[in-house]
Design a protein around this ligand. Sequence first.
Ligand code: CAA
Length: 379
Amino acid sequence: MDFKLDETQEMVRETAYRLSRDVLEPRAAEIDRSHEFPEEQIRALAEAGLLGVNVPEEYGGSEAGVVSYSLAVMEIAAACAATSVTMAVTNMVAEIICAFGTEEMKKKHVPKLCSAEYPAGAFALSEPQAGSDAGSLKTRARKKDGRWVINGSKQWITSGNVAGVLVVWARTGGPGAAGVSAFLVEGGTPGLIADPPESKMGQRGSPTVGLTFEDCEVPEDALLGEEGKGFRIAMSALDGGRVGVASQAVGIARAALDASIAYSRDRQAFGSSIGSFQAIQWKLADMATQIEAARLLALQAALLKEKGRPFTTKASMAKLFASEMAVKACLDAVQIHGGYGYVDDFPVERYLRDVRTTTIYEGTSEIQRLVIARNLLSS
Ligand code: CAA
């Protein structure tokens, strides 16, 4: 077993690190305050090849693999979580189209996702009454005169109001997962209506919207994969998405640790820096150890995906552990900063708000435990 990154992985990590330091970090607090979509930052990611990290070069991607992708998300998230979630979902949509789309779909949409000609991609699965229980979704697609007509509503859709293309799950058959199909819907299609963005606790530069489909017509060939097989597409895409969220949580936690180390060196109390007190040292040591464990879990899941091996359980373990760990690390970072941790002069309160959703989106911690336990009991 060799933990050394290869040349490509090191290069992608270094590229993402420099971009984070030079372009993202300086504007992250402002984006959080203004709730502004990070369009310029997304264009910079595209130029650096980070919107299609695991996408074949022939469709505009970097073809650098899943480990590189995970490393890149860690670096981007450490600087600006809002940019990292936009990046992650756009990569996810590009990968879904590459894995399940026709040649025409791939040629039409993937280069635009990778180059930021589309500001983002969106993954429209959740509904107001169907989040964890995704198989009970109610949005319906009916065939009429050789076209699909979609009606229903979606909830919590990252970039749903700015996406150039959305993967939309809708019911074409009976109840349950077997009745669900996936479609590609282009942004701006008549009948696709986005609500104003939600007012969120964190990741505020990333718009999260409800969507309404009112007789939204798409061509017959907008069906992605086979009719009735859409749920599997969603589940396998979410396996990869969970590697992304685990990586994001690791990145945010690392930023919280770095801020805490700097503050502990600087802050004086009782005649010395607070870093000389065991109470602070133990917190830092626990944070660093757990971040390292989460990082290895995320990279392990990424490597399994890259090698084409089963990785569902490992992705859920990585997401569960990394997100829960990162919330705790960010809470500790605020505690180390004392009163300064509770105001926005320091970044740790933003990290805490940003990281909180990582235990919720792309499957809650409870759903990850369900996936892990089902696998343990069935093997
Ligand atoms: N890969 C491929 N196929 C899979 C799969 C996987 N990981 N997991 C399940 N499937 C298949 C099953 O094999 C089954 O297919 P067959 O019937 O043909 O055998 C089908 O999918 C149904 O599977 P289940 O019976 O296990 O389905 P279920 O209804 O019991 O649900 C669940 C399982 C794990 C709870 C699932 O619903 C789930 O993951 N829920 C959470 C949803 C979620 O993560 N939502 C996040 C929203 S997206 C988001 O947050 C994105 C964003 O914008 C940031």
